[in-house]
Design a protein around this ligand. Sequence first.
Ligand code: FAD
Length: 316
Amino acid sequence: MSILVFVESAEGQIKKTSLEAVAYAHALGSPVTAIALGAVDQGALEALGKYGAQKVLHASDARLNEGVIQAYTSVLVKAMQDENADILVLANSSLGTPVAARVAIKTGASLATNVTDLPETSSGFVVKRSIYTGKAFAKVELKNQKKVIALKKNAAEAKEVGSNVTVTPYAVTLSDADFAVKILSSEKATGEVLLPEANIVVSGGRGMKGAEHWGILEELAKTLHAATGCSKPVSDMGWRPHHEHVGQTGVKVAPQLYIAVGISGAIQHLAGVNSSKYIVVINKDADAPFFKAADYGIVGDAFDVVPKLTEALKAA
Ligand code: FAD
């Protein structure tokens, strides 16, 4: 029995969440095969060995460069058979989760998404899941022989445990049905650091008053090597692009540090940020609900506080 890990990539590099998935699979104890789809740098693939993959498969068919969920499902179902894998581990991402559900149906596997810990195996195979947008946990037993585990961001540490491995090309046979859903256009996220992957996020709300004031947040983000995010009304009003909208109906982030500037802290916004390790809130209203969820808070005007904070960080 082996474990298959589907690793996602962006611009040729393996995503951090996928490195965490490889490390998690390694900690499960069985031989780990990682599989990457589409264009990925050879060096990045070989380096998967450092995180615990004994074998790396690469399906480099150019049709897999776009994340077409049906095609990815077909490849992963076949790879599970070829590798005699009982477990598939992948990232609980906007791509990983729908793929996980489809692979589980096609292979008759038990599925757990949002998994936060290694399983307890003393009686059965019991995993812990984050539920209710991070407000509670549930333990579920995966009873079927085949299992699909979608791992929540930061649930495992992507630490180096081995060395580079040789990459094996993986030939795929894909039909038109695999591409029945076509991606007609895709928009590249702006900013140097991608929001779902970021360790630090600087996020702005309606308190920023307008798109023209985002320069101070971008400067702070640049200083911290952070991604920029925003509340829903901000993206609805077109001050920021939609892919920066954080919350229940937007991107769910789990950075080490989330800095919320001029955001009130509505429950729908908190749903996207409550897995952050530390939350810093800057708001001029001392009664803003966000302060209740904050580890550190500054009551003050964003236009006064943020530039001073940036200067202090630059000087540090
Ligand atoms: P506001 O509520 O207007 O808050 C602005 C804050 O800025 C205030 O706290 C104010 O004190 C502060 N402020 C003002 N001026 C300054 C200043 N100069 N310096 C410092 N602070 C200042 N929202 C999301 O964000 N994400 C979601 O995914 C989401 N999904 C939703 C889904 C549904 C079904 C619904 C009904 C709503 C959803 N919302 C979502 C909207 C949510 O309910 C709130 O309306 C929204 O989060 C408020 O955005 P805000 O905090 O930027 O604005």
